[in-house]
Write a protein of this length. Structure first.
Length: 122
């Protein structure tokens, strides 16, 4: 006689994996290869160290290679680092083409020092 109750299991299909943007904390589509990628809205906020806006584009139509350009004048940006909302990030070519921006990993000691600097009275 078959059971009429359906039992919950810990099967992977039942649990949707979630991840969030490291810059704005917005939920984004889960990506196994890039668990810490920056969302598309934050990518538009990328700047250099001086605060000048940067856009990153693919070099070929097939999505391979990338280069950065300053948004204001279109001049070439040499480098693969950028800042988004104060988070230092690096730009890389995605596995199947396209561009992915991810934050640099910070050690626990670095995070504690940054927080201590923020809490110091001015």
């Amino acid at each position: 006689m078959p059971m009429s109750k359906k039992y919950k299991t810990n099967h992977a299909k039942e649990h949707k994996k979630q991840q969030h943007c490291p810059c704005c904390n917005r939920y984004i589509k889960h990506n196994e290869r890039y668990p810490d990628y920056v969302c598309s809205k934050c990518v538009l906020l990328a700047t250099d160290k001086s605060g000048n806006s940067i856009t990153f584009v693919n070099i070929t139509e097939s999505g391979q290679g990338y280069q950065g350009k300053y948004s204001a004048d279109g001049k070439l940006y040499r480098g693969n680092n950028c800042y988004i909302k104060g988070v230092k990030c690096f730009v890389d070519e995605a596995y199947f083409g396209g561009i992915v921006i991810r934050p640099f990993k910070r050690s626990r000691k670095t995070i504690i020092n940054e927080l201590a600097d923020e809490l110091k009275p001015a």
